[in-house]
Design a protein around this ligand. Structure first.
Ligand SMILES: Nc1ncnc2c1ncn2[C@@H]1O[C@H](COP(=O)(O)OP(=O)(O)O)[C@@H](O)[C@H]1O
Ligand SMILES: [Mg+2]
Length: 275
């Protein structure tokens, strides 16, 4: 469960490079990561394209969550983590001394396995991020209402909750809570949304609805989604990265990876022969 500490952010993470439609959002070069003596990522060099949905797949323990957590420097919260190599987000090295980790995390939202709304109202959950960033209280009530409505509409939750915005978010179904957790990222105008098995706590109907939502985020956001569900990877992603024991084995268009895998290990995994 992550908690968001009150913080004041005045500017967004501002990448220096020029951005074109076919640019990469995320690039890593020779990224290695250790938890103590244990090496969890090995020579990971990957380019993740802007505005598409990229899946991270591989057996449990292969480093999917670790890689995801590198992109917003959340791994630094865990003691004893060492990294080498480069990570560029929107052509900016995220370890440069002028990078504010707060701004970086504002620009890169994250969604977890279990929805983690705060035990406050639906309305306040959406505004929480804004409220604490908006230290000068410059937003009028109608502006706040507009932000809440727009964010909830974007995740297709507005019609369901518009008459009970002051209810506790924890009274929503898990699927609705997960949508809310995505909605509350949107007022921060993230470039990238990282999702770590966002459907694993949901039933079949909830999975379908959240997948539809993820689909609707394509183009406007770069989405990186970890999933252990191969059917979901096929349905919901444009490209897939297959990892094994901390290494990237294959990164291809999803249709190619599933129909014509280039590596025997990929083929074995997608056939369910290990993991
Ligand atoms: N905070 C941590 N401290 C020590 N080892 C960790 C930590 N987080 C993950 N690991 C180890 O790193 C490896 C990769 O874990 P993880 O990234 O969670 O894999 P995945 O998400 O693919 O299941 C595993 O062997 C796991 O036990
Ligand atoms: Mg994981």
């Amino acid at each position: 469960m992550s908690t968001i500490a009150p913080q004041v952010v005045t500017t967004e993470f501002t990448p220096t490079g020029s951005r074109q439609m076919d640019d990469d959002s995320i690039r890593t070069n020779d990224l290695n990561l250790w938890y103590g003596d244990f090496q969890a990522l090995m020579n990971v060099s990957v380019n993740i394209k802007k505005g598409i949905i990229t899946g991270l797949i591989g057996p449990s323990g292969c480093g999917k969550t670790t890689l995801l957590r590198c992109f917003n420097r959340i791994n630094e919260r865990y003691g004893n983590v060492t990294t080498t190599g480069d990570i560029e987000i929107l052509e900016k090295n995220i370890y440069d001394s002028d990078v504010s980790v707060r701004q970086l995390r504002r620009s890169i939202g994250m969604v977890f396995q279990r929805p983690n709304p705060l035990p406050i109202s639906i309305y306040d959950n959406v505004l929480f991020g804004m409220g604490i960033h908006d230290a000068d209280k410059s937003l009028s009530k109608s502006n706040r209402n507009d932000i809440v409505e727009k964010s909830l509409r974007e995740v297709d939750l507005w019609n369901t909750v518009k008459d009970r915005l002051k209810s506790r978010a924890t009274t929503l179904t898990l699927e609705q809570q997960q949508k809310l957790c995505i909605a509350r990222l949107l007022p921060l105008k993230p470039d990238i949304i990282l999702m770590d098995e966002p459907c694993s706590a949901l039933d079949a109907e909830g999975i379908e609805k959240v997948e539809n939502l993820i689909e609707s985020l394509r183009d406007d956001y770069t989405v990186v989604i970890v999933t252990h569900n191969m059917a979901q990877a096929r349905r919901a992603t444009d490209e897939c990265i297959f990892m094994l024991l901390g290494e990237i084995i294959e990164h291809s268009k999803t249709s190619e990876l599933f129909l014509n895998p280039q590596h025997e290990k990929t083929e074995m995994y997608i056939q369910g022969r290990y993991g």
